[in-house]
Write a new protein. Structure first.
Lengths: 151, 538
């Protein structure tokens, strides 16, 4: 099985990397960051879990949700466009501003679109990372004996 | 008839939303999941066709419109543009998807359906629609990538070794084509400072001849690779025979035709004078594409390999039409383009009909090898008849759409004084007839070589109507174009006249242009005058 120190690193670092991903997502639009990068970083966090606990365990935990996640992401992106129709045009940016203790916060349809992108990227990246890891683990396993396997 | 411009977002939004809804149910129990996805795909394809037909009616009455995505004004945001050429392509691809859908329902095997074949149909449609409707060069590249990715997944769905092999060739060679398109977009932005197609059209005339030639050459290579023209067609015959037969039928109606559409759209808009300047080269490409395609078809051992070489051969006719698009002739400038569009429509119908007929045979018999088939005319009389009509249409016999298309192209090339290519196209038609009769004879005539139950998927016997119905519809449409040639010709002439009307395009997309800009669009330099001015200046 996997090494204990890797599992320890996974336990500590995975949530931290996920937080970094969320931070990158939130600071997008005006500063470097955004949905695509955040999705990749988030997938990197889960890749750490794959390395620490193996592809099988990770697939049990996240696997079934990945394709629906792509669907949710794409739907969110379209919904962001459709909200824009209300404001005059497809993908027209709509913003709401509100104040939290004196700090101005802005939320808008570009952010919703970015969230959609992030979910799609997470779904895609993890789907193929899982497949790759499974292939790699299968290759690393000792070969079956002659009579059991086929040529 | 008036339409709100926002509806121009729908050709992309409809397939996307229904595809995404289908993916949401990917973790549901497989049998239910497939049923749900099939329902969504059916609704999405139907809605898309209705929308495309509305667009067609709107544009054929002379309407054109543009929409600025997110309301960013024209040269800065992404414009989408609708005219008759766009509407015809949207309608044709929408129609083909709707017609193929029941065939796919009847024959798609369980594994591929569970892996998500039906949402993929919608994503492919989205890529196609986006490539048709966009008015932005970089956005065009993006939609080509959407197309490439969804078609690559469709091609390798099922994961047999031959599919992976063909899929890798397909994706590598197509990525090189996409690279050329990206390079062209980059050079356009670097030299002209814009990616909006209307804006490019305005500025292209002022650019040095070298810049024009480089951009035009790169676009020709990129779209030529996508359309499978002469030196760049290798990806097509090495991949089209590997996936599920329905997938091949979808590809033949959609993929190569989008490359052709992009040539029809960009060349008359950006550099119509180059169509005359480069006519000898385009004619060579057209001729070689025709000849090599049809000669390659004679050597092929299976139905689908043979038909994929015919796809290439027929692309040559469209390039021929494009090459004489701007040449003055007795029918008026642009008539060559009109016929090329008509020929493209004809080809989409007939080629899809042939591939679906071939697919029915292949699924019924479990093999597509010509020397293992024979005598199917007794077993599948309807398919055999339809296949024969479609084959004659492909060869260009009256009263089919192929006859109208080829006759018109011949007349316009004669009238433009291009005797050599006209002769080549006649010879190629003859060879096509021979090849198609040979194919029909091998598959449907003679003694049955062997009879065996089909090996893959559900028995097409249970779904006779769903497999012959689509082919019958396509063949009927081909005959309809052949019989009612005048309405069809009127339609494509509207499309061609709008496609070569650069001033109109620019005014629709970007109404705030100054009068001098439009002036420069109208007075095109004659081909040779331009070149002498260049050499005198340099």
């Amino acid at each position: 099985m996997t090494e204990i120190y890797l599992r320890l690193v996974d336990l500590i670092l995975t949530p931290v990397i996920m937080l970094i991903a969320i931070m990158l997502f939130l600071r997008g639009h005006d500063l470097p960051g955004g949905g695509f990068i955040a999705g990749l970083v988030f997938a990197a966090a889960i890749e750490l879990t794959i390395l620490a606990r193996g592809a099988e365990a990770t697939r049990e935990r996240y696997g079934p949700w990945m394709t629906p996640l792509i669907g949710v992401g794409l739907s969110l992106a379209v919904i962001a466009g459709l909200i824009g129709v209300y404001g005059g045009g497809f993908f027209h940016g709509m913003w709401i501003e509100f104040y939290v203790g004196g700090d101005k916060l802005k939320l808008g349809t570009p952010q919703l679109f970015d969230l959609g992108v992030m979910l799609v990227v997470i779904g895609m990246a993890i789907t193929y990372l899982l497949r790759l890891s499974e292939a790699a683990e299968a290759a690393a396993r000792p070969l079956p004996t002659k009579e059991g396997g086929q040529s | 008839m008036t339409l709100h411009p926002t509806v121009l977002a729908l050709p992309v939004a409809i397939p996307l939303i229904f595809g995404a809804l289908g993916l949401l149910f990917q973790s549901v129990r497989p049998t239910r999941r497939v049923r749900i996805q099939q329902t969504f795909t059916g609704i999405g394809l139907g809605a898309n066709l209705v929308l495309a037909l509305i667009f067609l009616v709107f544009t054929l009455s002379g309407g054109r419109m543009a929409y600025q995505m997110g309301l960013w004004p024209a040269p800065f945001g992404i414009s989408v543009y609708l005219d008759a050429l766009t509407a015809i392509m949207l309608t044709m691809v929408g129609l083909l998807s709707v017609v193929i859908f029941p065939f796919a329902l009847a024959t798609m095997d369980v594994e591929r359906a569970r892996a998500g074949f039906f949402p993929l149909m919608l994503f492919l449609l989205m890529g196609a629609n986006g490539a048709f409707i966009t008015g932005d060069l970089f956005n065009l590249y993006v939609f080509y990538e959407v197309l490439l990715m969804s078609s690559f997944v469709m091609l390798t769905l099922g994961g047999t070794p031959s599919q992976i092999n063909g899929g890798i060739r397909y994706v590598v060679l197509n990525l090189m084509g996409s690279m050329m398109l990206l390079l062209a977009a980059g050079i356009t932005y670097g030299t002209l400072g814009t990616l909006n197609m209307a804006h490019i059209a305005v500025r292209m005339g002022q650019a040095p001849y070298l810049v024009q030639a480089v951009i035009a050459g790169l676009l020709l290579i990129a779209f030529g690779a996508k359309a499978a023209t002469f030196p760049l067609f290798f990806w097509l015959p090495s991949s089209y025979h590997t996936p599920h037969p329905v997938v091949t039928a979808i590809f033949s109606g959609v993929l190569t035709k989008i490359g052709m559409y992009s040539l029809f759209r960009t060349f008359p808009l950006f550099f119509p004078w180059l169509l005359n300047d480069w006519q000898p080269m385009l004619m060579t490409v057209a001729g070689l594409t025709m000849v090599i395609g049809v000669l390659g078809a004679f050597a092929q051992p299976t139905i689908r390999r043979l038909l994929s070489f015919h796809i290439i051969s027929q692309i040559g006719y469209m390039v021929m039409g494009l090459a004489v698009a701007m040449t003055p002739n007795e029918f008026g400038v642009g008539f060559g383009l009109a016929l090329a569009i008509l020929f493209l429509m004809h080809n989409q119908l007939v080629k899809t009909a042939l591939l679906l007929g071939g697919a029915a045979v292949e699924l019924e018999m479990g093999t597509g090898k010509l020397n293992e088939l024979g005598g199917l005319v007794k077993k599948m009389p309807v398919q055999a008849t339809l296949f024969l009509i479609a084959a004659f249409s492909l060869a260009g016999f009256p009263p089919t759409s192929g006859f109208i298309g080829k006759l018109g192209l011949l007349e316009v090339t004669f009238s433009a004084g291009q005797w050599v290519i006209a002769a080549v196209s006649v010879v190629v038609s003859l060879l096509t007839t021979m090849s198609m009769i040979r194919l029909w004879q091998y598959v449907f005539w003679g003694k049955p070589h062997r009879t065996q139950p089909n090996r893959s998927g559900r028995a097409p016997h249970n779904a006779m109507l769903m497999t012959t119905g689509p082919v019958a519809i396509l063949v009927a449409l081909s005959l309809l174009i052949g019989v009612a040639a005048q309405p069809a010709l009127d339609m494509v002439q509207v499309a061609a006249s709008q496609a070569i009307d650069r001033v109109g395009y620019v005014q629709v997309v970007n109404p705030e242009l100054t009068a001098t800009d439009l002036q420069s669009l109208q007075e095109l330099p004659a081909a040779n005058a331009w070149r002498t001015a260049e050499s005198a200046g340099g």
